[in-house]
Design a protein around this ligand. Structure first.
Ligand SMILES: NC(=O)c1ccc[n+]([C@@H]2O[C@H](COP(=O)([O-])OP(=O)(O)OC[C@H]3O[C@@H](n4cnc5c(N)ncnc54)[C@H](OP(=O)(O)O)[C@@H]3O)[C@@H](O)[C@H]2O)c1
Length: 297
């Protein structure tokens, strides 16, 4: 039976991976209190001690605005750049597969069509820069790897756009939400489920190692996403102060943040669909599932 090491197991994607990858083998998911991923020597010792057969790295610094702050640079570099490089080196030396997650923020956000994996990268934030550096280390390592590049991750648990909107929608009668950033909201559960399929295909040499976009189909803006969250929540009987028509669309320029975000986050997912003979579901159907789960607790 395989021993699968999931890093970042308490995060949005990591939590789903712990459940979804269980049929593949024994899942080990050490939390921060057991393994501080900023400590390269501790990571090295853990790998030698536990000898995983598969490594899945869902850990990262994901606070996009926080990544711009001077005081966080060392941590961002260690988690998003050094850690993937260390894992890739280990995976290459030991001949074991490594799955790593990337972000739409490695692109510059120009244009208005979906990007393929061949599109040039040009991040507009420190977070995007650091993710790209981590991706490159994995892609160039010679390890049997998958770099799964995703966008707008959320789920029923954790701090994310859907849960923030549900909270704000209970508190406020009006909201202003950015309307000119476009992408595909993607649930952590979908990412975990497709990761299982991809890992199986990789292990059986049915899928080439490399970079794959992994996101829902369809597209919307943050404003469109917010309106749909409220529409679907109201239809499920959730009591809200807000009505979808009271959500005002605003341009990014009216909502300044420390980090610049790409306006076009559309990802072309046809490569992973072909590789796995699947069709990625539309973001709206995934929202319905995530909301249903959220409303259970
Ligand atoms: N979120 C998005 O919208 C988005 C979009 C595109 C791509 N991605 C990528 O998708 C992947 C998963 O994202 P996510 O949203 O699931 O991330 P997340 O919820 O922020 O989870 C990150 C995980 O990393 C762990 N971690 C961070 N620093 C650590 C440290 N020093 N030691 C041990 N653990 C540490 C966190 O532990 P704690 O729980 O203890 O904090 C957490 O479990 C990442 O590679 C991210 O860059 C995310």
């Amino acid at each position: 039976m395989s021993r699968i090491l999931v890093l970042g197991g308490n995060g949005q994607v990591g939590r789903e991976l712990q459940r979804t990858l269980a049929p593949l083998g024994e899942v080990m998911a050490p939390g921060r209190e057991i393994l501080d991923l900023e400590e390269a020597s501790a990571v090295a010792a853990y790998l030698v001690e536990q000898r995983p057969d598969i490594v899945v790295n869902a850990a990262a610094w994901t606070n996009v605005d926080g990544a711009e702050a001077l005081e966080n640079q060392q941590t961002v570099t260690r988690l998003n750049e050094y850690l993937p490089a260390q894992l890739a080196g280990y995976a290459a030396r030991c001949g074991i597969p490594l799955v790593h997650y990337s972000s739409d923020y490695v692109y510059d956000g120009g244009g208005n069509t979906p990007r393929s994996e061949k599109a040039p990268t040009s991040p507009c934030s420190r977070y995007g820069d650091s993710k790209l550096a981590g991706d490159r280390s994995v892609l160039e390592s010679g390890a049997k790897h998958l770099v799964l590049r995703t966008s707008w991750v959320y789920g029923s648990r954790g701090v994310n756009f859907m849960n923030t909107m549900l909270r704000l929608g209970r508190e406020r009668e009006t909201l202003r939400v950015v309307d000119d950033q476009v992408g595909a909201p993607t649930t952590a559960r979908l990412i975990a489920e497709v990761t299982l399929l991809a890992l199986q295909a990789l292990l059986q040499d049915r899928m080439a190692p490399g970079l794959y976009h992994l996101a829902s189909r369809g597209e919307t803006s943050w404003h469109g996403f917010a309106c749909d969250i409220f529409r679907q929540a109201l239809a499920k009987g959730v009591a809200l102060e807000i009505a979808p028509e009271r959500v005002a669309p605003i341009p990014t320029s009216d909502y300044p943040t420390p980090a610049v975000r790409p306006l076009n986050s559309r990802l072309d997912v046809s490569r992973i669909e072909r590789a796995l003979s699947v069709r990625m579901p539309d973001w709206r159907s995934q929202l319905a599932l995530a909301l249903e789960e959220r409303l259970k607790y």
